[in-house]
Design a protein around this ligand. Structure first.
Ligand code: MN
Ligand code: MN
Length: 297
């Protein structure tokens, strides 16, 4: 990681901190998710960044990957996860907070468990603990609240224009004795009182470029070129394309998916339909220092 890359990572993190505070003021019960997502994404741009992926606003048992469609009328409620991304030239800050919009003490406990687990995991990373010990800290913290971590969702390494690069940071005790190598990582404990696992739900309308091979339809080719130019290998959503290119882009998206150019993420749903809370921050690990780029810790 050279100096200019580090500066981009830190700048994305500074924007993230401001966006997080802003988002906390606009996520309220009964506000349309569409309005929330668009305001967050506009704020990121206003501050000089770009959204690294569509704002995820996942409610209750949906753990992740819900972003409003262009015509979505869903309103904020329940236990909501606000998962946001900022990038500067492909260098990402990935960060999440959860809110309880129904004044439910159980929700608040799940949220507190995720936040505390994140805090303890970051503490372990700063102490140069192993990945196994980081996972153990997350699991034990969450279990101390009488809840479970979601075992098949993990934190992850990030690289330039790559949201999910190589290494995974497990949310459970494991035998990995390796320490976090230098690099950029998201740590994200998910907490539930359910069975602690997610499965794939409905299509999310969130896509990622997987292959730039040719597609016959000229309109679809145009959309593909736009995606390559605008988002590169970062996730984007149908809502963004409708905004830029009109509803006809939806037809092209389907063709590009069928042609193998795009992967569409599924929504991720807790299998026992129990509520899920999440907390997430991005850390930059260097030889002599661990910096929480997107947070205050
Ligand atoms: Mn995230
Ligand atoms: Mn993440």
């Amino acid at each position: 990681m050279n100096l200019s890359q580090k500066q981009k990572i830190l700048k994305a993190g500074e924007i993230a901190k401001t966006v997080r505070e802003y988002a906390r003021t606009i996520v309220k019960k009964d506000v349309p998710l569409l309005e929330i997502a668009e305001k967050i994404e506009a704020k990121i741009i206003e501050l000089g960044g770009k959204p690294a992926f569509p704002t995820n606003l996942s409610i209750n048992e949906i753990a992740a990957h819900y972003t409003p469609a262009y015509n979505d009328e869903t309103k904020a409620e329940g236990l909501i996860k606000v998962d946001m991304g900022v990038h500067i030239d492909g260098w990402i800050a990935d960060f999440t907070f959860s809110l309880d919009l129904e004044n439910n003490p159980e929700n608040k406990k799940l949220i507190e468990a995720s936040e505390k687990a994140l805090q303890n995991a970051i503490e372990k990373a700063k102490q140069k603990s192993s990945l196994g010990e980081i996972g153990k800290a997350i699991q034990e913290t969450i279990e101390s609240y009488g809840a479970s971590p979601i075992i098949n969702l993990t934190g992850h390494e990030m690289d330039e224009y790559d949201l999910h690069a190589g290494l995974a940071i497990l949310n459970i005790t494991n035998k990995n004795s390796e320490k976090l190598p230098e690099g950029l990582y998201a740590i994200e404990p998910f907490t539930t009182k359910g069975s602690g696992k997610i499965h794939e739900g409905k299509p999310s309308g969130i896509y990622q470029l997987t292959n730039d091979k040719n597609v016959r339809n000229p309109e679809a080719r145009k959309v593909l070129n736009f995606i390559i130019e605008e988002y590169k290998t970062l996730p984007f959503c149908s809502r963004w394309l409708v905004k830029k290119l009109g509803v006809k882009a939806l037809f092209s998206l389907r063709q590009l998916e069928e042609n193998g150019n795009l992967y569409q993420y599924p929504q991720l749903v807790e299998i026992s339909k129990s509520k899920v809370a999440q907390a997430e921050d991005t850390i930059l690990v260097e030889n002599n220092e661990v910096i929480v780029t997107s947070g205050v810790l």
